[in-house]
Design a protein. Structure first.
Length: 378
């Protein structure tokens, strides 16, 4: 029997899910029965005849009774929609970041367990063959000196005008989730945490972070974070949305046995002995994997439990008592129309991940002292 699927949050990034569902539907694995979005549906990609369209996700659930629901709404809305879908008897593909707090994580996990339902989280880079090769190579490097993540992207003023919650911490009295570390570059954080899990580092225990912004938004567009684990391993994340030359996203680990580097958005990989980065083909589709799990018991690639460490870090970055990101002044930022760039930031990102030191520890002129958070047991 074909698995029926509905998508809640069908505009924006939901359009990618619409295209992907259509591809899987053509292969005969699923049948799309409904789409929901609070805004009028964007016409591209076109909607097949027979697919029902709703503004209210609860009406969608009641009228289409889907087997699987893909949730691609603003992150701060995930939990209530997910609980409604579970109550309707659905399995979930939940976009990242999955929930806003560990309390929400535990609530969702308990609801899934009580209902006997499954939840796959949309960290799709964890479904790639390149990730599996990188992960499996880590023990061969010996005791790791550290694991790092680097990315340099550029997001202009239009990006921060894309929705009422973009760049915000609070909208209409409700906390929202945005910022380089927990939304656009959340994959970089998740990949480093998963790498630490793969080498048995234990749980993350301490976060030391510096966060910056180049425009008057409420969240960071540039961030540096060091996370220390039970076993003493540290990971360092250095990312920006105000970058110079593009760095897609690199996860690196080094030890006595050499260095391994994974460019997670492109599935390019270099392991000890490789002369240069090489493309590794093969990326499992998370929705297909969820269907396989329903039909055959295939293990989920990214079950909710795997994301608990990510949620602990997210919570530490977004709780009300965390200081707002430091607004850089004009001396540290170049403004060209809608684009803002931090001169020299790419060199700084590289230096941070090579030394495992944060900008304030290097004496960078515009850097401010970091904040430190103890991370709870997940």
């Amino acid at each position: 029997m074909t698995t029926t699927v509905a998508l809640i949050g069908a505009n924006g990034h939901g359009r990618w899910h619409r295209r992907r569902i259509a591809e899987i539907e053509q292969a005969g694995r699923v049948r799309l029965v409904g789409l929901a979005d609070v805004r009028p549906l964007e016409p591209d990609p076109p909607v097949r005849d027979g697919v029902l369209i709703f503004e209210d996700h609860r009406e969608l659930l009641a009228e289409t009774s889907p087997d699987v629901v893909v949730i691609c709404t603003p992150p701060h809305t995930h939990l209530p929609i997910a609980l409604d879908a579970i109550a309707a008897g659905c399995d979930l593909l939940l976009e990242k970041p999955p929930v806003a707090s560990l309390a929400a994580h535990h609530t969702l996990a308990a609801s899934l367990g009580a209902a006997g339902r499954a939840c796959q989280v949309g960290f799709q880079a964890l479904g790639s063959q390149s990730w599996r090769e990188f992960r499996d190579a880590l023990p061969r490097l010996g005791k790791l000196d550290g694991i790092t993540a680097t990315a340099s992207w550029q997001r202009d003023d239009v990006y921060y005008a894309r929705s009422p919650w973009a760049g915000k911490r609070i909208v209409s009295g409700r906390p929202v989730i945005d910022g380089a570390l927990v939304n656009p570059l959340a994959h970089a954080v998740m990949q480093t945490l998963a790498s630490a899990q793969a080498v048995g580092a234990g749980r993350p225990r301490q976060l030391v972070a510096e966060r910056y912004r180049v425009r008057p938004i409420e969240v960071e567009d540039t961030a540096f974070a060091r996370i220390t684990f039970d076993g003493g391993l540290s990971i360092v994340i250095a990312v920006t949305l105000a970058g110079e030359d593009f760095i897609a996203g690199e996860i690196a680990a080094r030890g006595p046995g050499g260095r391994a580097v994974l460019e997670y958005p492109t599935d390019r990989l270099a392991l000890p002995g490789d002369a240069e980065m090489r493309k590794v083909e093969g990326r499992a589709d998370l929705l297909t994997n969820l269907v396989d799990h329903r039909e055959n018991g295939t293990p989920l690639l990214v079950p909710l439990a795997v994301t608990a460490d990510f949620t602990a870090v997210l919570e530490a970055l977004t709780v009300p008592d965390v200081p707002p990101p430091h607004l850089l002044d004009d001396s540290a930022v170049v403004i060209e129309g809608p684009t803002r760039t931090i001169p020299g930031v790419n060199d700084l990102l590289r230096k941070v991940v090579s030394t495992m030191a944060l900008p304030s520890e290097m004496g960078v002129p515009w850097a401010v002292p970091p904040f430190t958070k103890r991370l709870p047991v997940t």
